[in-house]
Ligand binder design. Sequence first.
Ligand code: PLP
Length: 437
Amino acid sequence: MAEGSRDGEFIKPGKIIELDKKHIFRQPFRPFIIDSAKGSIISDAYGKKYIDLVGGLYGAVAVGWQRKEVISAMAAQMKKLSFAPEKTPSEACSRLAEELSGILDCKLTKFLRAVSGSEAADLAIKAARSYTGKKTIISTLNAYHGQTYGGVSFESDKRYDAKYGPLVPKILKIPFPYEYRGVTAEQSLGAIKKAMREKNDVGAIIMEPVQGSGAISSSREYFKELREVCDGKGVLLIFDEVITGFGRLGSKFAYQHYGIVPDIVILGKAISSGYAPIATTAMDEDIASKFDAYGNISTFGWNPICAAAASANLGVIIKERLWLEAKRNGKYFLARARERLNHDIVGEIRGTGLFIGIELVKDNASMTPDPDLARSALRRCIENGVYISKGGPLNNTLIITPPLVIDKRQIDRSIEIIGRSIIQASSKGLSKNNINW
Ligand SMILES: Cc1ncc(COP(=O)(O)O)c(C=O)c1O
């Protein structure tokens, strides 16, 4: 029996898949079982190793897998106090709040306690509506803010309206810049200004500084002007930094990279590097003063074990200055990928820090998106030993968000495997089957 397994029966890969299919909702389902992981390397249930270019899920595992600093802090907290009642302070939470306020290094010093990024996004809207008294929220097309009703209401996926509607009302979606496909920063800002002119009850705008779906972003100038537009109209700017927070772009937070300070910041994933479910919504004293604390009652929000995990994780990020690693290695990855993946079917390689997208097309002249190629390339990458994800508005972009501790050797090897996989996928293709890779 494997260490840590309750019953030898459960470690058989076939059995895991059978039970998962029988009992668990999973979309899309991948017959790929991560069994263990260390650093930037994950191992499947057959012992095969892969370079983790996903960071668990969209960059969650920032400090790398199996960090003893985080594990031992969690174990110590578990032994001391595993749960704290909602109404009472705990050492783990107070410490985390102080550390978060230090690393955020701006006016955002008050925190709502959440378990997931989705919940934190909902809390941001509660805070914005209660502060401004205005109900309309602007979000962006191709956004992802999670799976609560608020989260799905901000997104542009029509399936949600049809299946789960009615969604949260008074949400207006505007285009986010996507220069490669002709959506400019001016168009996006124009749509925001128009919405603010036409509706007199816009209270906030929520956006990901880099859209996770496609690794799409814009310039410093765009965000600076956005900040000015919001200030001019008294509209709160909410940055969803669930993916970009804690170093991914080469700065501690995306708002520093873009040279602005948002009014509310949503943080999740890398806040604990995936070691424990914890998230937060950060705001200043003024916004917090209008928030009714009854809106943040939670059984598990900032559970002390999760708070201890987050504290230890922040300790590693700061001690190892991982945002600088992301900056250095991100630059290296981009340069190397542009040099080595110079094929006609690679439309654009874009990114900031260790948040990189590789958009695949039929050919560079037509720029026709090729989602089938992306799907096949992803499958080939996994077969060849690189765990990678894909997405984007046209579902044709390979997305790279590795642990921030990935090293140059692993980057070189990954790019070599991605190149080989793309070529294999484009020359041989894959027979269609019902596995949605
Ligand atoms: C930008 C962004 N916001 C919110 C979420 C939702 O976070 P969670 O899955 O923890 O609910 C995600 C998840 O991927 C995300 O990428």
